[in-house]
Design a protein around this ligand. Structure first.
Ligand code: FES
Length: 104
């Protein structure tokens, strides 16, 4: 496992999401869900490269703002067209006010 610190818990007092640029090849959308847990998925829709960070979130369905493809926030699974591929999802842990993502 390769845990990387990406945010503090405090940052989520004012928002429920954050865009995290970890490298040139890896950008993540981190969400704090109403269930109190954090979820991390690839920041880009698998249909076209559009950011999912500002997509509508209903229950665990994250909707792409461009054409409406939905992804399961917990797994990255694509739930409807036009997406035909999932997006990556990443394990998240919160420890002592820090949010960590396993990017291995
Ligand atoms: S770019 Fe996301 S559904 Fe088309």
């Amino acid at each position: 496992m390769t845990w990387t610190s990406v945010a503090t818990s405090e940052e989520f007092n004012a928002t429920d999401r954050k865009y995290c640029e970890l490298s040139e090849d890896l950008q993540i959308a981190l969400f704090k869900h109403d269930d109190g847990k954090f979820y991390a998925v690839e920041a880009w829709c698998s249909h076209q490269k559009v950011s999912l960070v500002n997509g509508d979130l209903e229950d665990y369905e994250l909707m792409c703002p461009l054409h409406g493809a939905c992804f399961d926030l917990r797994t990255g699974k694509h739930l409807c067209l036009p997406a035909v591929k999932p997006i990556r999802s990443f394990p998240v842990k919160e420890e002592e006010g820090q949010i960590w993502i396993d990017v291995s």
